[in-house]
Ligand binder design. Structure first.
Ligand code: F6P
Length: 546
């Protein structure tokens, strides 16, 4: 047994699960007309309703005592004060410092990093103003009209998700493009939509060694030069965001056109840093600052709110409850907002790259489940695709519904329809429909007893399927910042309970290494020692790629 599963708090939860696992949420609601007010809380421009979960007051007490036992508050304090909690990379984890207001203080190795953060933010802000106002000109004297962000993982998903989410705040005559995939199709198709004279390429890479990003950056540069520009024109059309000045210079980008950040910012936590340059360019500095301040508010909420009203703590604990006691291996993210259509993809990296681990900080194998599989699509589209399985499939799939109370596009009755669908789904998942209810419905509809008997089982919904509902007052830069920070901290809470390092990603590093060996073999045709599947695939593909 592991340290975690030996804890009395864990064992108490296990015993409680045995008592509660057959209890129906619809009965809990029937017994308690205060359930919504007991299990909902508001902060940072959003309401969290977690009453449609398989919990009682006792469940929450037990989960909160687990948080206490794991000293979540102390661990969070260690993160935000610069402790080297990313032990396997010997680094601090300080994305929260990127949201600290000017004038705040946080010493790391004797340096106030908040001053440094704001100095770089000012550099990015000044550059942003020049591009957006048209003061910065391309090599033929025309203003910039297209931005192409070349990056992958955290250097792509965050900026892309936010630019999509905050389109109503975007400068619409500045077109945003994102290229991530090493598949040549991605860069090739993007380049057909832009004009070299009016395009700015942002090469976004923390390490500046990532194969995909460098390949796309080189292809973009070659294309730029092929359109008639010269080497000296590159400086007006290529900027870099990185921690690696040497590699940026090696690529041929003037380091005057480089926006720095720091090794204590993890890739999937980096949209708040210079990696967010594309966001600044799209929505402007004031809106970017509003996003930072929303995230900072959530940081303060996480740090200063008692566990029982603490949004990230509650959501993190509920995730543990389902992953470890109900054996729920996936959870669905359903944003009922078209602007949030990339939010599930963004959260996949944030959550799965962080907590997809099976060894604890002490190097011991876990004997419990850690990070679940996250997936999802915006509602209402998801309802017409995969919701069938969530309602009537064999797996328990906890859901997060996210919906703004008001729309940025109040067209006719659309928003009420959207809200109605979102809320109705949470009700249907919770309540389900019993056999007796289905039989009565079919009988009332005039079906014969034989028909009722044969059809009824197919129309039964077990219900008792849990969900959280997050209602944003509005989707805007500030609430989006808070929402992202909420999920960052939720991931942190879970990582700390599971005892894993949420801030490294050695699993991805292995793929990077293997791909470079295999690439060399494909390029030279000299195929080395592999299992016979790998050799067979390489030989097959090599015949098409001589
Ligand atoms: O996918 C692994 C990863 O290291 C991510 O953590 C990171 O966001 C991404 O690659 C891109 O890395 P970089 O910004 O260094 O190019």
């Amino acid at each position: 047994m592991s340290k975690l599963t030996r804890l009395p708090q864990w064992q108490a939860l296990q015993a409680h699960y045995d008592d509660l696992s057959q209890v129906q949420m619809r009965d809990l609601f029937a017994q308690d007309d205060q359930r919504f007010s007991t299990f909902s809380t508001q902060s940072c421009g959003m309401l969290l309703d977690y009453s449609k979960n398989r919990i009682t007051r006792q469940t929450m007490e037990l989960l909160l005592s687990l948080a206490d036992a794991m000293d979540i508050a102390g661990q969070a304090d260690s993160m935000v004060s610069g402790g080297r909690i990313n032990a396997t990379e010997d680094r601090s984890v300080l994305h929260t410092a990127l949201r600290k207001p000017r004038g705040d203080k946080l010493l790391l190795d004797g340096v106030n990093i908040v001053d440094d953060v704001h100095a770089i933010a000012d550099q990015a802000a000044a550059f942003t103003d020049k591009i957006r106002s048209g003061e910065w000109r391309g090599y033929t004297g025309k203003p910039i009209r297209s931005i192409v962000n070349i990056g992958i993982g955290g250097s792509d998903l965050g900026p892309l998700m936010v630019c999509e989410a905050l389109k109503p705040w975007a400068q619409r005559d500045l077109e945003m493009h994102f290229v991530s995939n090493v598949d040549g199709t991605h860069i090739a198709e993007t380049l057909t939509r832009v004009d070299a004279e009016t395009t700015l390429f942002i090469i976004a890479s923390k390490t500046f060694t990532t194969l995909e990003t460098l390949a796309n950056a080189h292809s973009a540069r070659n294309w730029f030069l092929d359109t008639g520009a010269t080497e000296k024109d590159v400086a007006r059309h290529f900027v870099a965001v990185s921690t690696n000045a040497e590699a940026v210079a090696g690529f041929g980008i003037d380091t005057d056109n480089m926006f720095r950040f720091w090794d204590w910012v993890g890739g999937r936590y980096s949209l708040w840093s210079s990696i967010g340059l594309a966001i600044r360019l799209s929505i402007g500095n004031d809106n970017f600052d509003a996003m930072l301040s929303g995230a900072h508010d959530m940081d303060q909420h996480f740090a200063n709110t008692e566990y029982k009203n603490n949004l990230p703590v509650i959501m993190g604990l509920l995730g543990v409850w389902y992953s470890n006691f109900f054996n729920a291996r996936t959870c669905v993210i359903a944003p009922y907002d078209q602007y949030l259509h990339r939010f599930p993809a963004y959260l996949q990296q944030l959550d799965m790259e962080s907590n997809g681990k099976s060894v604890t900080m002490e190097g011991e194998s876990v004997d419990y489940a850690t990070g679940p599989v996250l997936w999802g699509e915006p509602g209402t589209n998801g309802q017409h695709a995969f919701f069938q399985l969530i309602h009537q499939g064999t797996d328990l799939i906890p859901a997060d519904f996210i919906v703004p109370a008001v729309s940025q596009n109040p067209v006719g009755a659309h928003h009420k329809m959207l809200l109605a669908n979102c809320i109705a789904q949470t009700e249907a998942l919770m309540k389900g429909k019993t056999l007796e209810e289905v039989q009565a419905e079919l009988t009332t509809a005039g079906r014969s007893p034989a028909e009722v008997e044969s059809i009824a089982p197919h129309k039964v919904f077990s219900g008792n399927r849990p969900s959280n509902t997050l209602v944003l007052d509005e989707l805007n830069p500030k609430t989006l910042g808070a929402l992202i920070a909420l999920y960052e901290h939720k991931v942190f809470v879970q990582g700390k309970i599971w005892g894993v390092n949420s801030f490294d990603q050695w699993g991805v590093e292995l793929g990077k290494q293997l791909a470079s060996t295999v690439l060399r073999e494909l390029e030279t045709g000299d195929i080395g020692e592999h299992d016979n599947s790998t050799s067979g695939l390489l030989q097959h593909c090599a015949t098409f790629n001589k």
